[in-house]
Design a protein around this ligand. Structure first.
Ligand code: FAD
Ligand code: SF4
Length: 507
């Protein structure tokens, strides 16, 4: 065999560099469903199902094109992980070279490199063309920047791609329209939200759901609602559905939350993009075209473009420039354990119960639920960042480490000491009250920080400010927020501390 081309579960893209120069006469593709990939992080059943179903669909596509493929199916081979499986394949086919496209996490890259070394086979890592900036160019952009902020990166990407640009200027005369975006729904609520297009499980997906039930029955979450796009055709249809029905209201309500509404105006495209079923450029072009036709307001289009052209590319660059150290960062020295209810949703705190139950049902929560409900609570409580990371990597269908880790450690837990976010994203229960209707069905009072029914977010928020007073009081961006502590009398401070202590003990 000349080349053995390894295709990982998040690289399901025929146009990828893995296939450059592929010769079916002499080369072979290798794909494997490996139990350890689902158990090293205690994956949600829907996350495992998504990956395996998309992989099996991709394998069908390769077979239809007569591309030689060795596919190891769960339960039909004896190998727990990459080492044994790949070494056996190398021993039986004796390839002259191993090829892989840049994996989505550092651990896999390291493992593959070690296997190639051990087997004495040359190993080539090819760049991932799915992304709009390659890692070398990101490194150049990062070089010498103490505070590599999203805003600078995003503007550079707008200029580089020409997306939403009018010559040298941003379309509409502004780089962002935050003033028009990020509204709550108000008392009347969201009204009728167009139901997102879902995809009934076909024979392949049903077989996967069966296998997952058999092999991973004790894993968290459910597959009962599984209707995600698992092929490029379905991903394209999901994009069209989003652009037509939900993009126009995406901007104004991207930060809003509502009981019983898991998806609101969000696109549900992250997993399809992360598994490479659809390219970010296609998603961006469709969005920008809708704006140009006048089918969606500029504020919504820009808000959405920023997420993909800005955040998504930016976190990937940060991940690869900071790994492997990134995993160990714990700037705030947080040591608490992740509360057990994160795995069950079994808590009286309505916002957390809603977000976690929805996560277990669908493998999905939208950005503000992840950042300002589950993420915020872990930050205020002082949960050890690695435990928070393990949870997020396990429970979302779109979770791949390059995007999950910077969002969790950097954006949500401030564990990187401000590399990504200029200050910790901390707020009291009043923020959740303003952006949602959660508090109306909750036994706790978001305005109270120290009473018996004080909202745990609010008590822990003030406690957080006190615990980190020295660190942030004179901080250029966060100082203002910390100076609110001046309003508290000593006696109030001690009542809040006791309430926070009681919450910790209870958990
Ligand atoms: P939409 O709200 O419709 O947004 C459109 C797209 O923009 C998303 O599909 C995604 O590709 C991109 N995007 C939006 N925000 C971000 C961001 N902060 N970073 C990178 N891309 C972004 N996203 C993942 O893809 N995988 C993860 O494992 C993941 N973990 C997260 C953990 C935390 C603590 C936080 C705060 C955010 C995380 N995100 C993650 C980012 C974001 O929350 C999800 O991409 C989004 O909720 C997915 O839903 P959607 O496709 O409906 O997104
Ligand atoms: Fe969440 Fe506090 Fe509101 Fe209850 S009162 S829903 S715990 S923010």
């Amino acid at each position: 065999l000349r080349r053995l081309v390894i295709i990982l579960g998040d690289q399901l893209n025929l146009a990828s560099a893995a296939f450059d120069g592929f010769d079916p006469e002499h080369d072979q593709v290798w794909m494997a469903e490996l139990p350890e990939e689902s158990t090293q992080v205690w994956s949600h059943k829907a996350r495992i199902t998504y990956f395996l179903s998309a992989m099996r669909h991709f394998a069908e596509t390769l077979e239809a094109r007569a591309i030689p493929l060795r596919y190891l199916r769960l339960g039909e081979h004896p190998y727990p992980g990459f080492d044994a499986a790949l070494l056996a394949q190398i021993a039986s086919t004796r390839p002259e070279q191993l090829i892989v496209v840049q994996p989505g996490d550092y651990r896999t890259l390291k493992t593959l490199r070690q296997i190639a070394d051990q087997a004495g086979v040359p190993f080539e890592v090819r760049p991932d063309r799915h992304f709009l900036i390659d890692l070398d160019d990101f490194g150049t952009w990062m070089a010498g920047r103490k505070a590599p902020r999203l805003e600078h990166f995003y503007r550079a990407m707008r200029k580089q791609t020409g997306l939403l640009m009018d010559g040298k200027d941003p379309v509409g005369g502004s780089w962002n329209f935050d003033q028009q975006n990020r509204k709550p729904f108000g008392r009347a609520g969201p009204g009728m939200i167009p139901e997102p297009l879902g995809f009934a499980a076909d024979e392949i997906t049903r077989a996967v759901i069966n296998d997952v039930g058999h092999h991973f029955s004790d894993h968290p979450g459910s597959t009962a609602h599984f209707d995600w796009p698992v092929t490029p055709e379905q991903a394209a249809a999901a994009l069209e559905d989003f652009v037509r029905h939900r993009l126009p209201a995406f901007g104004p309500f991207q930060d809003a939350l509502w009981t019983g509404e898991p998806f609101l105006y969000h696109s549900r495209l992250a997993a399809a993009m992360n598994l490479k079923l659809i390219s970010p450029r296609v998603v961006l072009d469709a969005t920008v075209a809708a704006g140009a036709r006048g089918d969606a307001p500029l504020a919504s289009v820009e808000g959405f473009v920023r997420q993909i052209l800005g955040w998504r590319e930016y976190v990937r660059g940060l991940y690869w420039t900071r790994m492997p150290d990134y995993l160990d960062w714990n700037h705030l020295d947080a040591q608490a354990a992740l509360p057990a209810f994160y795995w069950t949703g079994d808590t009286d705190m309505h916002c957390l119960a809603q977000t976690i139950r929805q996560t277990l049902d669908y493998g999905y929560a939208h950005h503000i639920q992840r950042l300002m409900v589950t993420g915020l609570f872990a930050l205020l409580l002082g949960v050890e960042p690695r435990q928070v990371h393990a949870w997020y990597l396990a429970v979302y269908v779109d979770a791949v480490e390059w995007v999950e880790l910077p969002n969790v450690l950097g954006m949500s837990q401030f564990a990187d000491g401000g590399l990504m976010a200029s200050k910790p994203y901390v707020a009291s229960g009043k923020y959740i009250q303003r952006m949602s209707n959660y508090c109306a069905s909750c036994p706790f009072d978001p305005a109270d920080a120290s009473g018996e029914m004080a909202c745990p977010f609010t008590a822990l928020y003030w406690d957080f400010l006190m615990r980190h007073e020295e660190r942030f009081r004179n901080h250029p961006r966060a100082g203002m927020q910390w100076r609110h502590l001046d309003r508290l009398q000593d006696e109030q401070r001690s009542r809040i501390r006791s309430r926070a202590e009681a919450i910790r003990r209870h958990l």
